[in-house]
Design a protein around this ligand. Structure first.
Ligand code: SF4
Ligand code: SF4
Length: 268
């Protein structure tokens, strides 16, 4: 198990302004921790048979911007974060390969377009499960991976590498407090309200809303992500009260005015 490569990757991530990085041995996918589990064809070694370690990197989406969602502001943030993540994943995989450890990067999405997602609502690899197995967080009722640092407000990409790198432990203590805010806030009632992994998410209905927003250049939806109270980022921005998202609450009218202004420009 290489400690040196681990240090080098972490240093590279710091240089790329990537705050979250975790390491999982490929064998972890073969030991289901709950059901339903990752089907065999979606596991790292089924995709890149030489994989020994999966490196997962995460970039946050800024809370005050996602609070304006759906909006052109969040739309552009999402695109920017995705681009940065993909570039970082590509660069890490290329550097490892050049150093003698053949590696491949898997982009943060893998479905082509939202209209495709309506028919086939999964990608060929789950970064959420990879991030879970790399110790970066665990699942919430909103079907997202919650992290201590940013709650669900983070995007992931993964690098499959032949390098054997010391892994991180899986984060066992649940972060989701089952407050139900995501369930109540979803504008299309996509959640049945049960805790993960029992809970069902109507992905097609969620994808249909995202498609409608994309047609207006204000996707993604983001509502179930922004209302989640988990994440140190709330303290950093001083936005710890999730009551602020009740736009009939006059105590937070300065925020509501700001969001209304942003939503009045760009796609609507
Ligand atoms: S992204 Fe929007 S539509 Fe989809 S589950 Fe979350 S709140 Fe509901
Ligand atoms: S909003 Fe509440 S129930 Fe939903 S994921 Fe976050 S902590 Fe869990």
């Amino acid at each position: 198990m290489s400690e040196t490569i681990r240090r080098q990757i972490k240093k590279k991530c710091t240089g790329l302004d990537i705050p979250l990085v975790g390491f999982a041995p490929a064998g972890r996918w073969d030991e289901p921790l709950f059901e339903p589990w990752v089907p065999e064809a979606f596991r790292p070694r089924a995709i890149f048979p030489e994989t020994n370690t999966v490196i997962v990197i995460g970039l946050p989406v800024s809370l005050p911007i996602i609070e304006s969602a759906p909006s052109i502001w969040y739309h552009e943030l999402y695109r920017t974060v995705n681009t940065l993540l993909d570039q970082a994943g590509f660069r890490i995989a290329s550097a490892l390969t050049a150093d003698g450890y053949p590696s491949v990067w898997i982009p943060r999405d893998g479905y082509g377009s939202i209209s495709v997602l309506k028919d086939r609502p999964v990608a060929f690899f789950s970064h959420r499960h990879a991030a879970f197995l790399a110790g970066l967080g665990n699942f919430g009722t909103n079907n997202m991976l919650l992290t201590p640092e940013f709650g669900p407000r983070v995007r992931f990409a993964s690098i499959l590498t032949t390098a054997e790198i010391r892994p991180d432990p899986v984060l066992e203590k649940p972060l989701c407090i089952q407050c139900g805010r995501c369930v109540k806030a979803c504008p299309v009632q996509a959640f049945d309200g049960e805790a993960y992994p029992r809970g069902l998410t109507d992905r097609k209905t969620c994808a249909a809303r995202s498609e409608a927003l994309a047609n207006r250049y204000i996707s993604p939806c983001g509502i179930c992500i922004l209302v989640c109270p988990v994440g140190e980022d709330r303290k950093r921005y001083g936005h710890t009260e999730t009551d602020m998202y009740d736009e009939s609450n006059p105590a937070y009218s300065r925020y509501h005015r700001a969001w209304k202004h942003v939503r009045s420009y760009g796609g609507q």
